[in-house]
Design a protein around this ligand. Structure first.
Ligand SMILES: [Zn+2]
Length: 251
């Protein structure tokens, strides 16, 4: 089997043996891969800091077939994620983005654009962009890339436009969007939220990736997080470990 060479972002690493790690990497060409990095836990590791979480590294690995883990031969650091120097919040946001990438994707299934979007988001956190806005935009654009973008204006039950002039609106996390008054009693997992929150989420969802003008109004921060926590929890079918560390994004 040939050796593969690619750029990778380190999403996760867990001890495999006394001297080795299993690393989960997001790569442009191969999607998500999990590989054994022999010797990575040694004091003088051949990988140095190239396998630190959220690092961008160029890697060489041997792809195995079936459920067998790939084998990592080489990793050279290209860019270190430096947000820890700015405080814990951007760091936790970076970990959250990595956890979502891991949770949303299947092994060996590349998603066009994901690598660029992930790199762009980590760079924005490093550059000191607003963690709340940067994180929300990652989440919403990630859902779009997966074809899971919620419906913010059309009822998920009947397809009619939902009246966004009322003060509150029903949003179903399992149905994937807003529901009109006639359909909402038939939906499950319904949240009753401020209409303004839906408008903010819609705007964040539609804003261009390089639109630096958009930011979440302070009064909508808490409820946008509330909605995203429920939506992401439903979609990933797991308790996301980093969510409790992102409470500050609500303020
Ligand atoms: Zn309806």
């Amino acid at each position: 089997m040939p050796l593969e060479k690619t750029d990778a972002i380190v999403l996760r690493s867990v001890p495999w043996s006394e001297t080795s790690l299993v690393v989960t990497l997001w790569t442009r060409e191969f999607g998500k891969i999990s590989a054994i990095a022999k010797g990575a836990r040694r004091l003088k590791s051949p990988f140095e800091s190239a396998l630190d979480l959220l690092s961008l590294s160029s890697v060489v690995f041997l792809a195995k077939t079936g459920d067998t883990l790939d084998l990592l031969f080489e990793a050279k650091l290209q860019r270190r994620f430096r947000s820890a120097q700015r405080g814990l919040l951007p760091l936790y946001c970076g970990f959250h983005v990595a956890e979502l990438t891991n949770g949303f994707t299947e092994p060996h299934q590349p998603i066009p654009g994901w690598m660029d979007w992930l790199t762009h988001t980590l760079q924005a956190l490093d550059d000191g962009c607003c963690p709340a806005t940067t994180t929300l935009r990652f989440e919403l654009h990630a859902l779009r890339m997966l074809g899971l973008s919620p419906s913010w204006s059309q009822c998920v039950g009947c397809g009619e436009s939902v009246d966004l002039d009322r003060p509150t609106v029903a949003l179903t996390t399992s149905g994937g969007g807003v529901a009109c008054p006639a359909c909402s009693p038939l939906q499950r997992n319904v949240l009753r939220i401020q209409t303004n929150t839906v408008l903010v989420l819609q705007k964040a969802s539609d804003s261009a990736l390089n639109d630096l003008e958009f930011s979440i109004p302070e009064e909508a921060r808490s409820e946008t997080r509330f909605v995203m926590e429920h939506l992401l929890g439903f979609i990933t079918e797991r308790r996301l470990r980093l969510l409790p560390f992102l409470e500050e994004l609500k303020r």
